[in-house]
Design a protein around this ligand. Structure first.
Ligand code: NDP
Length: 292
């Protein structure tokens, strides 16, 4: 028989999660602050609890998928977490994950934090490539591994309860830069006789080819060698940026998405690192000597 579980929060994501577990045969107890939003799941076989405390009392495994970290604290204020396995799939920061873990443990629970790398339509379809980063209690993760794998793939990234959020946000932050580049590229061709649908495959295959730089950067950060075998050095790349900026001006496109990264490159060159590639810029962003 499948592990019974409690799900707190039946918003867009919570509802998708509940449906995936119900479809796989898990008994699911749900609670939502606004009761009407949980009622629909009763038709799919879920038990609807009248309060979060009642939902938590129903099962050892408790999943929270609420708006933000503060709503987790509010929702679980009156719940008895003794002996509970709390899995928090609410998006938050690494510090929030760590503080929430200490809070849950002090109340007698084991704690696992999660960062969902999927949108609701991907939930229940692991073949879609959607997955969840998990960090915190390794024992909890191992014990509930099969249950957690029902809605999406699982990727355990360590005992530090902040690491799931850190991995989640690092990937989203990279996506932000990628989307900025895509936005600028389409803007450059926008007013020309170039169909976006003809330009798109060229842009997509170029970006795909460029992703190998992720591995080159990792090798340099591992070895500490930022100069051997550099193909396009930073001095040359930084000089070429003027062509990108002039083209933006010619096309009457704002360069506001490009300039912060270009300024960072120029600073690295000015610091005497023109013979490196872009990997050395990572350390330019990091404030050293953080409190540990
Ligand atoms: P929704 O806005 O659809 O749902 C938010 C949920 O949080 C609702 O159940 C809402 O209850 C509840 N809630 C909000 N504030 C409180 C509070 N103070 N106390 C108790 N409950 C509260 O969001 P999603 O379901 O889409 O997102 C849930 C989590 O999943 C978020 O952390 C989000 O970042 C994450 N996520 C979502 C993705 C997506 O594409 N949707 C992708 C990856 C992660 P009520 O119905 O009463 O308002």
């Amino acid at each position: 028989s499948r592990t019974p579980l409690t799900l707190l929060g039946t918003g867009a994501m919570g509802t998708a999660l509940a449906r995936a577990w119900l479809a796989a045969g898990h008994p699911v107890t749900v609670w939502n602050r606004t009761p009407g939003r949980a009622a629909a799941l009763a038709a799919d076989g879920a038990t609807v609890a009248a309060s979060a405390a009642e939902a938590v009392a129903a099962n050892r495994l408790v999943i929270a998928c609420l708006l933000d970290d503060a709503s987790v604290g509010t929702a679980l204020e009156d719940a008895d977490l003794t002996g509970r396995d709390l899995v928090n799939l609410t998006t938050g920061t690494p510090a929030e994950g760590r503080a929430r873990a200490a809070w849950a443990v002090s109340r007698g629970a084991r704690f696992l934090d999660g960062g969902i790398m999927a949108v609701p339509p991907m939930i229940g379809h692991p073949e879609s490539g959607g997955y969840v980063f998990y960090s915190g209690s390794g024992e909890l993760f191992e014990e509930h591994r099969d249950t957690l794998a029902v809605p999406a793939g699982t990727q355990y990234v360590g005992a530090d309860p902040g690491f799931a959020a850190l991995h989640d946000v690092a990937l989203l932050s990279a996506m932000s830069g990628l989307f900025a580049g895509i936005t600028h590229a389409f803007a450059l061709v926008r007013e020309e006789d170039i169909a976006p649908k003809d330009f798109a495959p060229l842009l997509a295959s170029w970006l795909t080819a460029m992703t190998s730089s992720v591995h080159h950067t990792a090798e340099r950060l591992e070895s500490g060698d930022f100069t051997s075998g550099v193909v396009s050095n930073l001095a040359m790349q930084s000089a070429a940026n003027s062509t990108l900026l002039s083209t933006a001006e010619e096309q009457r496109v704002s360069a506001e998405l490009l300039t912060p990264y270009m300024e960072l490159m120029a600073r690295r060159v000015a610091d005497g690192h023109g013979d490196e590639d872009t990997a050395g810029m990572v350390d330019l962003l990091v404030a050293r000597g953080r409190a540990t």
